[in-house]
Design a protein around this ligand. Structure first.
Ligand SMILES: [Fe+2]
Length: 216
């Protein structure tokens, strides 16, 4: 973990996100809202743009924010293409956009995690841009190939619990605004905001097709 000039992350704050949410016209696929790993249906925070077409839905900012105030996390995908503050952060970090996969802004209330412990199948860089988040990192107890391990969220609920019980906590890291953390694919992690709401951005990276890690 290496700190960087926190001025870089200055634009991606909770208050800036709230203003952005209220001013942007976001389609229903751009935002997910969840608490303890359970995502809301888009109908719960989106409304049709036209009375005659209920397939074209837009995020209702007031509804979305009211869920945040009730302890739900909001994540906005492809954030560097939707929000100038994240696009600027991307440029200032000199990230090569051709190698970027998904880019997400995670806006989290205090005390309740949006997602439960899991791992991702891509490397990612997390940049804390407002407040503090606690990251618990885990290791698998046996040296088994990552590809044979269950992806927690693809399992039935009781099996997810079983899978989570097989991992052992190896470290806890608190990231405050201006810190970053790079996690290789397959690193099991659980993330929670402790005292105050917080915001972080994740930049995922494509693994080149000829990289051995892509081998099946
Ligand atoms: Fe994750």
């Amino acid at each position: 973990m290496i700190g960087f000039d926190s001025k870089l992350a200055g634009g991606v704050t909770l208050e800036a996100f709230r203003k952005f949410l209220y001013s942007a016209d976001l389609d229903s696929s751009s935002v997910r809202i969840a608490r303890y790993g359970k995502g809301l249906d888009v109908e719960e925070y989106c409304v049709p743009r036209r009375l005659t077409d209920d397939t074209d839905m837009a995020v209702d900012s007031e509804l979305a924010w009211s869920f945040f105030e009730r302890g739900y996390s909001i994540v906005m995908g492809q954030a560097h293409e939707r929000w100038m503050a994240v696009s600027k952060l991307c440029d200032e970090l000199q990230l090569d956009r051709r190698q970027l996969g998904r880019v997400g802004v995670y806006v989290s209330p205090a005390g309740t995690p949006g997602w439960l412990t899991h791992y991702d199948s891509e490397d990612f860089l997390a940049i804390q841009t407002d407040g503090t988040k606690k990251w618990d990192l885990y290791t698998w107890p046996t040296d088994v190939p990552q590809r044979s391990l269950p992806k927690f969220y693809t399992l039935a609920e009781d099996q997810q619990e079983k899978a989570r019980n097989t991992v052992r906590k190896s470290a806890t890291v608190s990231l405050t605004s201006g810190h970053h953390l790079y996690l290789p694919a397959g690193t099991v992690h659980g993330v929670c905001t402790v005292d105050q709401p917080s915001v972080h951005v994740t930049f995922r990276f494509r693994i080149p097709k000829n990289n051995p890690r892509n081998g099946e």
